[in-house]
Design a protein around this ligand. Structure first.
Ligand code: DP6
Length: 329
């Protein structure tokens, strides 16, 4: 009862921000993302009578405080499979977790696939995204390949809130996301608590929800037609709307630092010079610059030279979660 899976991180073009059901992780709005080629987590899960307790080792370190609810998720899978065996979980990401990059999306996607396989549950991709979602919302999108939509769904039981690919990774393999890392420290407010605080206290949350369907439509069509200007403009504005919510929440959540602003200015200058690129920012200060392959080198070089940028990582569209043969233990 042992299996290993690999899953990539993803970055949203239309952001998920706010839950209508915290327990089942059901969002108020649908979201769209790109799965990132090469930013991956590998996870091996074994259920066995030989283990007296569950244990989790992430990047070589035993986890003492399970803040992300990994064991809750394992228990959920044990209940589904009707098994009692304790588990050993070993997980490794090929990007530094402390670099402020979201590892929970690739992490929960790999964990869910490995654990369900080890528990001998045969789930189709849709059901796998539904189960993964309950561990972490954005992780549901990392199950799928290329450009992905996670539907908010309307049902109370969450059975219609799942993710699926809009197009596979080869449909638009010129699309690039360059992550500019500006800090190594962990963010002070997690996405989970930040979005709850927003729903509870932000006076503009209703406006956000009113404009989401239009953003989704523009991005969905933009992806299908490979319309970079439309996708870039809409994604950038959607990110600014999400940060406007964060800033006007009580107490305010401001993730940006001077380095964040430096990159935003840089992107605008590039556009003025005729080099098309756009930015998006998650719940943290790092900035993701979107461009096409033809401009990747030029932009990456200049971006890397900015004072506040510590490191850049370039990704194209990547694969969904997969079972692999090579176990971590
Ligand atoms: C800003 O998926 O980490 O990155 O469902 O509570 O685990 P939980 O939250 P999480 O939130 C991601 C928020 C975001 C936007 C996005 O990826 O869509």
């Amino acid at each position: 009862m042992k299996a290993t899976a690999i899953a990539n991180a993803n970055i949203a073009l239309v952001k998920y921000w706010g839950k209508r059901d915290k327990k089942l992780v059901l969002p108020y709005n649908s979201s769209i993302s790109m799965t990132l080629d090469g930013l991956s987590t590998v996870t091996t899960v074994e259920f066995s009578k030989k283990y007296e307790k569950d244990s989790i080792i992430i990047n070589g370190k035993e986890l003492v405080k399970d803040e992300k609810g990994i064991l809750n998720h394992i228990e959920r899978i044990r209940n589904l499979a009707n098994i009692k065996e304790k588990s050993k979980i070993v997980s490794k990401s090929n990007f530094p977790i402390a670099a402020g990059l979201a590892s929970s999306a690739s992490g929960f996607a790999a964990l869910t696939l490995a654990a369900t396989k080890a528990a001998k549950l045969e789930l189709n991709e849709k059901d796998l995204t539904i189960l993964t979602r309950q561990g972490s919302g954005s992780a549901s999108r990392s199950v799928c390949e290329g450009f992905v939509e996670w539907y908010k769904g309307d049902k109370d039981d969450g059975s219609d809130s799942y993710a699926e690919s809009i197009v596979n990774k080869n449909h638009w393999n010129e699309f690039r996301m360059i992550t500019a890392i500006v800090t190594k420290t962990e963010k002070k407010v997690s996405s989970r608590s930040g979005m709850a605080q927003t729903v509870n206290t932000c006076p503009y949350y209703k406006c956000w929800l009113e404009t989401i369907d239009r953003d989704l439509e523009l991005i969905r069509n933009g992806i299908k037609n490979r319309d970079f200007s439309s996708v870039g403009q809409t994604a950038e504005y959607n990110c600014l709307k999400m940060h406007a919510l964060m800033i006007t929440t009580k107490p305010p959540i401001i993730y940006w630092t001077p380095a964040t602003m430096e990159i935003i200015d840089f992107v605008r200058e590039q556009r003025e010079e005729g080099i098309e690129c756009y930015f998006t920012i998650d719940a943290g200060p790092n900035v993701i610059v979107m461009c096409l392959k033809k401009n990747e080198k030029k932009i990456n070089k200049k971006l890397s030279e900015l004072g506040g940028v510590m490191k850049t990582i370039i990704c194209g569209p990547g694969d969904g979660a997969k079972i692999i043969d090579k176990h971590l233990f």
